[in-house]
Design a protein around this ligand. Structure first.
Ligand code: FAD
Length: 478
């Protein structure tokens, strides 16, 4: 039996390969635990993705003569039931790295072994598992650059594992995937998702191929331009659900570099971003409370504010800062946001609004199709200044100049904030600086059809720096 979790693919899947290679019938099982077993329940956008991803996996398994057996409930109880019904004598899975998930898996493994059932786990999710690379003094890496140097220096992708040719086997009772109610209803807010995404293994490989066939070459210069549609790979949700593994991306990118199709600079830059994901897993593994607790405990003294209406304005893309609003609306409409804009909106929340990074992390968790237990908290803590190798707190992104620099022609803001799209470029990122005539010509009525800024940039920046100063003095007095 193969217990699928965050590895929803048939190719290069070590647990599935190990099971299929034995030449005996294989049972493919997915258990929808939905926040049971102490795990963090998936957010709405991730549930949307999971629905389509499970359906794609199920179709792919059927093509090989098999069935994806779906159960819902407690992980151990469901496993036991399927073992009982089918007489399976071995259970294989690919590892997860959160504290609760590791504990669940370790308990299941020892229980199965005690009963004489073979239980084995594998790595399908990371290039290098979080306990492998150590610094000279034997600790884990807390700074990205040396981590990346070590990874790049030692990593060689193992040979790719083929997809099984046949998956016919027992067909235990199964829930229909629709019975998991993963797709949003009343209202169905996901109507904009379909145009952007093709969840499943085929969609993942199509995206990787399309990216390596051209756009990757401009990646070092264009990955920061949110208005450029294929400036980045868009692989994050596929990686999140394990429809493609980082080793597959590594192999394909290295092959393209070796054949001269992709330049060394572009290929390595792209792979270094994959390494940020790995680095996030090192942090998650070593600091299991990472999604809740400040990595740097000095930030426990940070005087975060509580301001429901400011949080709501940020969530709904109504802050009055066009680049921030564009990002938050892209997120709501598509389940994804460009990385540069993620940094801008996260800085805006934690610094301009002085709201806790956990508020932002939780909103992203619910609304991102790629919401990841390692990368999301790591990136939020990085932006807030409380993380490992974090951006210094005093680096407050200026949403006006960031917009002018990275969305110079305004195509991104015009797409997502159409009510100000007729403003000339020079006012687009700061509409309140436009004179009455320019505003009226563009049909922009500030405070009516587009908000006035909810905070004034300079004052907000000073308030954030002041809060940081109190943090420093509290630390000195501690
Ligand atoms: P590409 O630029 O094509 O990069 C390729 C892959 O590298 C990505 O798919 C991703 O797996 C990885 N990657 C790239 N940048 C990062 C990074 N900074 N940290 C970790 N991995 C990275 N990424 C997530 O996958 N899930 C999250 O929940 C998430 N939350 C974020 C929250 C904030 C506040 C910020 C600033 C960043 C967050 N990121 C997250 C990182 C990054 O924004 C996304 O990985 C990236 O935008 C995904 O788009 P892409 O696949 O086109 O990226």
């Amino acid at each position: 039996m193969v217990w699928f979790r965050e590895d929803l693919r048939l190719s290069d899947n070590p647990a599935l390969h190990a099971a299929a290679r034995q030449g005996r019938p294989v049972i493919c099982l997915y258990i929808h635990m939905d926040g049971r077993n102490g795990e963090r329940a998936l957010g709405g956008a991730s549930r949307w993705w999971l629905d389509k991803s499970l359906k794609a996996l199920s179709r792919d398994i059927e093509k090989l003569g098999g069935q994806l057996t779906v159960r819902a409930g407690d992980g151990s109880a469901c496993l036991d039931a399927v073992i009982e019904e089918t007489g399976a004598n071995a259970v294989y899975w690919n590892r997860r790295y959160g504290a609760v998930e590791r504990e669940t898996d370790a308990t299941v493994k020892s229980r199965l072994k005690d009963r004489g059932t073979d239980a084995q786990s594998f790595n399908a999710r990371l290039l290098v598992e979080p306990w492998v690379l150590k610094t000279g003094s034997g600790g884990f890496y807390k700074v990205f650059t040396p981590f990346w140097k070590a990874l790049r220096g030692c990593y060689e992708a193992p040979a790719a594992l083929p997809r099984p040719e046949n998956l016919s086997g027992p067909t235990p009772d199964t829930l229909g995937i629709d019975e998991l109610s993963l797709h949003p209803k009343s209202p169905d807010w996901s109507t904009g998702f379909d145009a952007m995404w093709q969840p499943g293994e085929t969609g993942a490989h199509d995206r990787l191929k399309a990216f390596l066939d051209g756009p990757v070459d401009a990646y070092p210069s264009e990955r920061d331009i949110p208005g450029k549609e294929d400036g980045t790979s868009g692989l994050s949700p596929h990686l999140r659900f394990g429809e493609i593994g980082p080793a597959q991306i590594w192999r394909a990118t290295r092959a393209a570099m070796e054949s001269g199709r992709v330049s060394e600079d572009s290929g390595w830059k792209f792979l270094s971003e994959i390494a940020w994901r790995e680095f996030s897993y090192v942090l998650l593994y070593n600091r299991p409370d990472f999604a809740d607790a400040n990595y740097n405990s000095d930030f426990n003294h940070m005087p975060w504010r509580t301001d429901k209406s400011a949080l709501k304005a940020w969530q709904t893309g109504r802050t009055g800062y066009p680049i921030v609003d564009a990002g938050m609306r892209q997120l709501w409409a598509t389940g994804w946001m460009h990385n540069r804009v993620r940094m801008i909106v996260a800085s805006f929340l934690t610094k301009h609004l002085l709201l806790h990074w956990r508020d932002g992390e939780a909103w992203f968790w619910d609304t991102l199709v790629d919401a990841d237990p390692a990368s999301n908290p790591a990136s939020w803590q990085w932006t807030a200044g409380s993380g490992a190798d974090a951006a210094p707190y005093f680096r407050v992104f200026n949403p006006i100049t960031q917009g002018e620099k990275f969305d110079a022609n305004g195509s991104y803001v015009r797409q997502w904030v159409p009510e100000i799209s007729d403003l000339p470029d020079k006012y687009l990122h700061a509409p309140w600086t436009a004179d009455k005539q320019a505003l009226s010509k563009a049909n922009v009525r500030l405070g009516e059809n587009y908000p006035e800024p909810i905070v004034e940039h300079k004052a907000a920046r000073e308030r954030a720096l002041g809060a940081y100063e109190t943090l420093k003095s509290q630390r000195a007095n501690a």
